[in-house]
Design a binder for this molecule. Structure first.
Ligand SMILES: Nc1ncnc2c1ncn2[C@@H]1O[C@H](COP(=O)(O)OP(=O)(O)OP(=O)(O)O)[C@@H](O)[C@H]1O
Ligand SMILES: [Mg+2]
Length: 219
């Protein structure tokens, strides 16, 4: 008679054994709250955006940061496409601070590059976008200082070279953590997925596209 299979080790036992083998044990926060990837092209960053759009459930805040040209807008455009927002052509969007995309959920896309004083944020009315049927995506989120919800998915983009970007995601609350967990589970398949022609034409304005919500001086 075959002897019964040994029970699999508990997570705690597995960690203890890994540490005994010299493998550093990830902390709980490192495991569940942070994740990152390196993209090799704008198309690949776009595939991450599509995936994020498909994983959104409503009520999330996406706080994007990173130097000029790291790909924040590229990512948000594809998030809009992942939400099923229709294609838009916006002729002169450079001086618009918040745009709305209507897809499966409403996506409010704010660009705070021109924000210099905290008082200016009040005029933007970002609080109006904090509801379950809306996702708020904010470029240059560090300029919002304390004005964003404490539960948010922070997305930091950094240049590696001309075509490559390091993208780090960090969840600061339960809503963002659920989103992050769906993204990390979906990324291996999404990364290699071919993008259809229709998908590449969705939501493709140069700067945030959709209904104009607020305006400011030209950048
Ligand atoms: N791996 C990549 N991911 C994203 N964009 C890339 C990548 N490789 C090259 N690019 C290019 O970098 C540029 C990113 O521009 P984008 O407007 O998205 O940046 P941004 O971070 O929003 O800049 P800004 O701070 O001016 O708003 C695009 O021209 C894009 O094609
Ligand atoms: Mg941008």
């Amino acid at each position: 008679m075959r002897s019964p299979m040994p029970a699999p080790p508990s997570p705690r036992e597995a960690t203890t054994r890994a540490v005994a083998r010299g493998v550093p044990a990830p902390s709980r926060s490192a495991r569940s709250d942070s994740w990152g990837c390196r993209t090799e092209s704008s198309g690949e960053t776009g595939r991450l955006g599509l995936l994020i759009g498909r994983c959104l459930r409503g009520g999330e805040t996406l706080a994007l940061s990173g130097d000029l040209g790291t790909g924040k807008t590229t990512l948000v455009r594809r998030i809009a496409a992942g939400l099923g927002a229709p294609p838009r052509v916006v002729s002169s969007p450079t001086f618009v601070l918040v745009h709305e995309y209507e897809g499966r959920l409403r996506l409010a896309h704010a660009d705070l590059y021109r924000i210099e004083h905290a008082a200016e944020l009040e005029h933007l009315g970002l609080d109006d976008y904090l509801d379950d049927g809306t996702v708020l995506a904010v470029e240059w989120a560090e300029r919002a200082r304390g004005a964003l919800p404490t539960d948010r998915l922070e997305i930091r983009l950094a240049h590696v070279d001309r075509h490559r970007r390091d993208i780090r995601l960090h969840a600061t609350g339960p809503l963002a953590r659920a989103l992050l967990s769906a993204i990390r589970a979906g990324w291996p398949a999404a990364r290699t997925q071919r993008t259809s022609r229709r998908q590449t034409t969705l939501a493709s304005p140069a700067r945030p596209g959709g209904q104009v919500r607020r305006r400011s001086s030209a950048r």
